[in-house]
Design a protein around this ligand. Structure first.
Ligand SMILES: Nc1ncnc2c1ncn2[C@@H]1O[C@H](COP(=O)(O)OP(=O)(O)OP(=O)(O)O)[C@@H](O)[C@H]1O
Ligand SMILES: [Mg+2]
Length: 492
């Protein structure tokens, strides 16, 4: 038996609540059996009914008046608050953000306890219990060691169902369970969607630091698949994958969840042509306006220019940049922007997109790392990426890709806007998932070597201070120097 670590068992519809049991008092509507026999009694009953009716009406009127008075009071209070804001004075009360509920949602525990406060009998005790022990699963094979966990394929002993077990790496958490681990669990529990990997439950080993996520097993991740494929996916297949991916992301953003580590190795695919977003180790809730957040997020090759230039507050647009990188990778079968370090990454980005201008990205100069950035004068600007980099894709594909890889985050489409882009409606149509090709599953069979790709950023670490000072016309490259599109960036 493992430690008594209580987490909600997600199998058991965590959101479901028992309806309050109202006392069932029945009032007989049938007449008194004496009523017809005595006219005097009838008159008395009628009189009482009238009086009762009058009392009820008076009470209703009084209630209405009270409600009106209350409504007026609230209105004047909120006008006061608005006036405070306009005048710059602090509002009397903390203003409620539109998304406050989503930004700080009640924990599952709170959700469950809320109704129980008013009526102890309603506590849904049957939905609670200690986490099960990992011994309920038999390990079949190791799949991968990532930065935050060891993932294996396993079988649930009683049902023989095959699942994926991710043992969280909790080493650097001296104060107990790390908040990032809790976030991974919380966001995954919240993100129930057909294109998000399904977290079945959390199980424990013998010690508190042995926490495992039990997920549906999917045969592939897109990175491994692309590495092993001889030819890239067909345009119709890319469209299927991208539409599933973006609809999952649209759902996450609708729940105010930023993923913050989208890359091909975090996109899983099964042999039924279904894609699911995985690895919520970096995910977190965000708000509007976005709070100050850690800059060191998203694996380098998929990291947006605003993050690289040191933006302290950012929003879901960073995920859309990663979508652009992944779209490009699906087209060419190679990661699009393979920087060796942050400076090289910025250089590679500007080489592809052209450097930013005050017109294309107003305010980029104010970003911390942009101050040291000296750029050559731009010669003409196009909102489209160079056609020569993607010679075989349609105009609509190039438009969508270019909009996702817009340097200015405000110019990138939202996930919902992407889904209504003409690209998804033009020929070739997305391939039906039922006829999607299947591939041999490496995850199902063998241990794999860690690939030579950059690692996810280390949680809780500060972003490095970068100096983007450029040296024009000097020898490109050299130690720490990176050549770009007519400009050079180097670390100070
Ligand atoms: N549900 C699953 N089914 C099958 N394979 C999975 C599943 N979840 C993860 N994997 C495999 O394990 C790999 C690592 O998982 P995950 O990304 O969750 O761990 P991580 O430690 O956070 O990774 P990293 O830091 O490298 O991004 C994935 O790239 C995928 O190959
Ligand atoms: Mg991962």
């Amino acid at each position: 038996m493992g430690p008594n670590f209580h987490l909600l068992h997600p199998h058991l519809s965590p959101r479901s609540r028992l309806k309050p049991r109202t006392p069932f008092i029945t009032m007989s509507s049938s007449k008194s059996r004496w009523a017809n026999d005595d006219p005097e009694a009838d008159a008395l009953v009628a009189q009482r009914k009238r009086e009762k009716e009058e009392r009820r009406r008076a009470k209703a009127e009084k209630q209405q008046q009270e409600e009106q008075a209350k409504a007026q009071a609230t209105q004047s209070q909120s006008t006061d608050a608005a006036l405070d804001v306009d005048s710059g004075a602090p509002p009397k009360k903390r203003r409620r953000l539109s998304n406050e509920k989503q930004q700080y949602p009640l924990s599952e525990v709170e959700q469950q306890l809320k109704p129980a406060k008013s009526n102890l009998l309603q506590f849904p005790a049957s939905e609670w219990g200690p986490c099960r022990h990992v011994d309920n699963f038999e390990r079949l094979n190791h799949i991968e060691e990532g930065s935050y966990g060891w993932v294996s394929r396993a079988k649930e002993i009683t049902t023989s169902e095959v699942v994926a077990l991710k043992k969280l790496k909790l080493d650097n958490s001296p104060d107990g369970f790390p908040v990032t681990g809790l976030r991974e669990i919380q966001t995954l529990l919240e993100a129930r969607h057909q294109h998000v990997v399904y977290l079945r439950e959390v199980v424990m080993g013998n010690n508190m630091d042995e926490v495992y996520l039990v997920m549906d097993f999917l045969e592939h991740d897109l990175k491994t698949l692309l590495d092993d494929m001889r030819e890239p996916f067909l345009p119709s297949e890319i469209k299927t994958l991208l539409s599933q991916f973006i609809s999952g992301l649209d759902f996450l953003h609708s729940q105010w969840i930023m993923h913050r580590d989208l890359k091909t190795s975090n996109l899983l695919m099964n042999n039924r042509g279904e894609l699911k977003i995985a690895d919520f180790g970096m995910a977190r809730y965000y708000g509007d306006p976005p709070p100050k957040l850690t800059q060191l997020v998203v694996t380098l090759w998929y990291r947006s220019p605003e993050l690289l230039l040191g933006a302290e507050s950012y929003g879901p647009e960073i995920d859309l940049w990663s979508v652009g990188c992944i779209f490009g990778e699906l087209i060419t079968k190679e990661p699009l922007l393979q920087g060796k370090n942050e400076v090289d990454q910025v250089s590679k980005i500007f080489t592809l997109t052209g450097p930013p201008t005050p017109q294309s990205w107003p305010g980029f100069r104010n970003l911390p790392n942009a101050k040291s950035l000296r750029l050559p004068p731009t010669t003409g600007s196009s909102s489209l990426l160079p056609r020569a980099r993607f010679p075989f894709i349609t105009n609509a594909s190039l438009q969508l890709l270019s909009s996702l890889l817009a340097l200015n985050p405000a110019s990138r489409p939202t996930a919902a806007e992407c889904l209504s882009h003409p690209y998804f409606r033009e020929d070739p149509r997305p391939k039906l998932k039922e006829v999607f090709p299947t591939f041999p599953s490496k995850a199902g069979m063998e241990k794999r070597r860690r690939r030579e790709t950059p690692e996810a950023p280390k949680r809780g670490q500060e972003a490095p201070k970068l100096d983007f000072a450029s040296v024009f016309g000097s020898h490109a490259g050299g130690d720490g120097g990176e050549a770009g599109a007519g400009f050079t960036l180097r670390l100070g």
